[in-house]
Design a protein around this ligand. Sequence first.
Ligand code: GLC
Length: 756
Amino acid sequence: MDMKFLKRITSLALVVSMLGLYSCDNANAQHSKNNNTVKSISKYDSQIKDLMGKMTLDEKIGQMNMLTSDWDVTGPVMRAGYKEAIKSGKAGTLLNAFTADYTRELVQLSVDSTRLGIPIILGYDVIHGHRTIFPFPMAEACSWDLEAMGKSARIAAVEASAEGIHWTFAPMVDISRDPRWGRVMEGAGEDTWLGSKIAEVRVKGFQGDDISKNNTILACTKHFAAYGAPEAGRDYGTVDMSKRVLMEIYMPPFQATVDAGVKTFMTAFNELDGVPSTGNKWLWTDLLRGEWGWDGFIVTDYTAINEMVPHGVAGDLYDASVLAANAGIDVDMVGDAYINNLKKAVENGDVKESTIDAAVYQILKAKYELGLFEDPYRYNDATREKKEILSPEKVAFARKSAAESMVLLKNDKEVLPFSKDIKTIAVIGPLADEKEDLIAAWSAAGDRANRPVTVLEGVKNKVGDNVKVLYAKGTEVEGTSTKGFAEAIKIAKQADVVLLAIGEKYWMSGEAASKSNIDMPGNQEALAKEIFKANKNTAIILMNGRPLTIEELDKTAPVILETWFAGTEAGNAIADVVFGDYNPAGKLVMTFPRNVGQIPIYYNHKNTGRPLDPNEKYTTKYLDVPNTPLYPFGYGLSYTTFEYSNLKVDKNEITEDQIVNISIDVKNTGNYDGEEVVQMYIHDVVGSVTRPVRELRGFEKVMLKKGETKTIKLSLNKKDLSFYRLDMTFGTEPGKFDVYVGGSSDAEDKVSFTLK
Ligand code: GLC
């Protein structure tokens, strides 16, 4: 099969005339030339061709059909009869099945009961751990620890593969600037450059360095594309943006996964420029496979083919199936669309059989690469499963990862860390002893009801019998009842220090969980006010799946520790932090607005022609709230303090092929050893199009002992200074660049250089 065949041969005229797609220009070609993705002929090419030569059209289409088991339902369609479908060769892949024994049964059905014995691939949403659950992805991103994020993905793959899973539907790489959208918890925050770095390490963590090893799993980049920008933050909502914003802000993390060698992609529910992703040939055939040269298979999101009918680009499921197949989509997730329509579409000439062959080639290639034809049961070993699941070292790493994800937002009068000499501690709040929320949404096979360590349990584990631990729930997350206040206030008065755990329920974020109001739910802030009056040594333990508008709380709380939903070891990690065994170093990857009216609010905004001037009426501002957020991107405190000095650039003038070297001294000026995330932002002062006032282009997380100074060295290259210029080509422009370095996106230390 030659290379030309691998290109999607589709009825381009039909698709383009229907949908008026983006033009494909040399911008992407130029940018993609930077990628080292050259399509190679698979080493299994001859076996694949040989097998395909034996397959009937029905058997080929069966490989393009994905069903769900009845173990976990992650979408609106529940499927019965999936085992019969597997036995009759009508399911090439299946999702929501795990454990070594159950998956062995399903693989056996596909191998023993079908004519050609093609093994099934089993996929699952292993998003932030499989049994050992880590902080959800956006929380984990606040660690800015790329190595740790790669390691947690690796651990997730080891556990999932030990339970017979071949494929995860992760990483989700959707950039989002809107915390009303519940799925911000699944991504890596608002920044494209950091999101791209994180996307890369997550793909490599899941897939390892050799996908033929049975402790690796196929990764799946999702949701292509721009799903994180729905109008008004409402999930599944309309996405409409300029090509420039799409290519500059939303596309680079997808490209980063292509460069990282991701094996599969998933469509998005949303439309883009009027064309639903699942029928968007420009996205899949022209850009992803064409310009970017990506090679792998594409799965729809859950029933996304079917949804092109309500989207209004297909009159019925037949039309939708034709649209998806001709756009280049290989696998239909639980839609029963391909299986019931593609044969007719081929017979009618609406879909070429070569299109079917191209899809089946990719699916079979993945199965060969996983080693499933060599040994279909290599992932179904109950002994390995028992050894790998929740092993002590995995759990210990989850505890460290949890602590690293936490962000100290406020610590007045250094209330934290608590002294270990205290006699009594009060642990209060609706989330203080609640297990179910700690592993967040998308928690795969995590044992939500029993395994997570609560705050109360973590404190008791930490202090043992030396300290009296009091507990009161105080109130619920939702509701107005104050009947628990009195007891909570009473124990707060009796205690030396207080932990008050408040925030969201886990189901208030994730899929189909957008909110128009992101204030603290219920009357939790009212309880907090009473507790602050009762004890000034109170630390808020915030647990939430998105940035919340907590400006009032921020005015009165002595301490706010953002702990997100920190996973299986949440309570132990929180105790490590509040008692000073771990000095928090997390930095926000998503802006906290003061109120929902400021949204979208993000650090890399444009300056406008009337930038804010407090002394001028006619400048960009609100009458009722400052332009600044409550907490900016990159912000996070430590128990110690850091001083920046001696910022230098090694060249005042450069050509675009030269490297700019930046250095700065960072001193630990406080009383605790601690880590600091030193961040570097650029500002391209003048461009052929307006440029963001700041853009993250480098960072280093550094440990400094008390009193220690280190010189941090960062650098900038041509790609760092490049952008989509007025003509949409990707590259640099001569002119002045300002460089800011510090511990947050509002760093003030600045140097400049000129690109000639
Ligand atoms: C869901 C999600 C997607 C997930 C898939 C399978 O609707 O949008 O992220 O991977 O279905 O569960």
